[in-house]
Design a protein around this ligand. Structure first.
Ligand code: NAP
Length: 451
């Protein structure tokens, strides 16, 4: 892949890039089938991605006609890589085995190594015979919605497709490697004012937040809506707050430390709750929720803006869902895409039906939604929330930090890119958008490290 890197850095033409042979193996981060029982008997928090995520050479798959080979310059850690690396709730090899039964091309994915990663900023280095809109040399970001477009169910909203999968989680050959394989309909133009790692961290979390709040299929926030955002400086929450601000809404951010509260204020989020400082404990024991705590939380929320939230942006799941349903206003929407703290959730249904609230589910984003989100990033209206960047060899450490909620925003991973700060194509635009806005999360993380 070194030859590709030199060509990319030297500004080689697409034709020159296309003439470089695709290597037979490449370096990537993967989990191993023979290790999927390695953490048996351990609690989730004891399972260490540094033990299960390996970095090494894997063989390059053949390219399907609708796919591209990518030289991955940078990728990011998503929570799904944490799930893959701790083999929870299920080992991801089951997904690969099912995909392998679908078609000849699907069969390539069934391997003893699962190359993970669901984000990338990359350069196209090879295209299948059916690819029309992309060429070698194109600089792209990659969204993770992997859909077979010959399935009719994929053609209204592709997230409803029978064969919809998340690339690098439910498919092999993900983004955490020097090379990757993606379908052509996962590609988007790379924002021109961002570095490789800044461009790489957005697509999965930002597009998910976009669908939850802005797209046609979930909460459909309107101007003036009060939106309660759990994990407001996390991967999803950091984009959710920006979308609420841009759309004329009023974000209320929940976080768990004064440092994160300070970061929210710097983002311009005025209303902040430090859940740890307030000591909320919505479960009095493993089986019982404490309605008094919901009320205490709801009162704090109402006290901040004088009204209850139109929308609650949910993803922690079991620990917060009862409070979220309680706290949404009459007729309000709880939009959920995850359950980090446990998926067997519980809420008091009386608060839902008597107050005519609705719970709306959401999952990643279709191509159009991801593309719209990428456009907002390219316009400089949504900033990357990259806080720290790791090299691929340290991918286990990065995943471990996300696993233990030791991070803010997104963690980037350099794959082929030899250093941070490279890959900016439009320096003028970058200056217009503003270095301090683009690097808000990174500067905050650097300050914390310096103190
Ligand atoms: P993240 O970067 O770790 O951020 C999550 C935030 O949630 C944390 O920063 C934390 O913030 C907060 N949090 C964690 N546990 C909590 C708890 N028990 N109670 C209240 N808040 C809690 O992760 P992410 O990337 O935002 O992803 C969040 C979840 O969504 C994960 O489970 C992920 O798998 C899922 N996800 C789903 C989709 C989809 O398409 N369905 C897409 C992306 C992510 P504080 O500690 O500061 O409060």
């Amino acid at each position: 892949m070194q030859e590709f890197l030199e060509a990319i850095e030297g500004g080689a033409s697409g034709e020159d890039i296309a003439s470089i042979p695709i290597p037979e193996t490449y370096r990537a981060a993967y989990v191993r089938r023979d290790e999927m029982s390695m953490f048996e008997g351990k609690e989730s928090w004891e399972k260490d991605p540094r033990e299960s995520l390996h970095v090494g050479e894997v063989s390059t798959p053949e390219l399907a006609p609708d796919e591209v080979y990518l030289a991955v310059m940078a990728s990011s850690i998503n929570f799904n890589t944490v799930w893959s690396s701790i083999f929870e709730p299920l080992p991801t090899f089951g997904f690969l085995d099912r995909l392998s039964r679908e078609s000849e091309w699907g069969a390539r994915h069934q391997r003893d190594e699962h190359v993970v990663g669901s984000d990338a900023a990359a350069v196209v280095i090879g295209v299948g015979s059916a690819v029309r809109n992309w060429r070698p040399g194109d600089r792209v970001t990659v969204h993770c919605n992997h859909v077979d477009d010959q399935d009719p169910s994929a053609h209204n909203d592709s997230m409803l497709a029978a064969n919809q999968r998340i690339w690098g989680f439910e498919t092999n050959f993900g983004g955490l490697g020097d090379l990757s394989v993606a379908k052509a309909n996962q590609l988007m133009p790379m924002p021109t004012h961002l570095s490789w790692e800044e461009a790489a961290v957005n697509a999965l979390c930002a597009s998910t937040s976009y669908r939850m709040l802005v797209g046609d299929h979930a909460a459909r926030m309107r101007q003036g809506d009060v939106v309660l955002v759990w994990g407001a400086t996390g991967g999803l929450g950091g984009y959710a707050c920006q979308l609420v601000q841009n759309g004329g809404g009023v974000p209320i951010g929940v976080v768990s430390s004064p440092d994160k509260a300070e970061l929210l204020n710097r983002m311009g989020v005025e209303h902040v709750i430090d859940r740890r400082a307030e000591g909320y404990n919505f479960w009095s024991d493993e089986h019982t929720q404490d309605e008094g705590e919901w009320r205490r939380f709801g009162k704090t929320v109402r006290g901040l803006v004088g009204e209850d939230p139109h929308i609650v942006f949910e993803h922690p799941g079991r620990s917060t869902m009862g409070a979220s349903v309680f706290t949404a206003r009459k007729g309000g929407t709880i939009v959920t895409c995850a359950a980090t703290s446990g998926y067997m959730i519980e809420y008091d249904n009386r608060h839902l039906w008597m107050k005519l609230k609705r719970i709306v589910s959401s999952h990643f984003a279709n191509y159009q939604e991801a593309y719209e989100m990428n456009r907002l990033i390219n316009m400089g209206s949504i900033q990357p929330i990259l806080s720290k960047t790791f090299v691929l060899d340290d991918v286990g450490e990065a995943a471990n930090q996300v696993h233990h909620n030791q991070h803010e925003g997104k963690l980037g991973v350099l794959c082929l890119a030899p250093d941070t700060g490279l890959g900016v194509a439009d320096a003028e635009k970058r200056e217009r958008v503003g270095e301090s806005r683009i690097k808000l999360f990174a500067n905050h993380a650097a300050e914390l490290d310096a103190n």
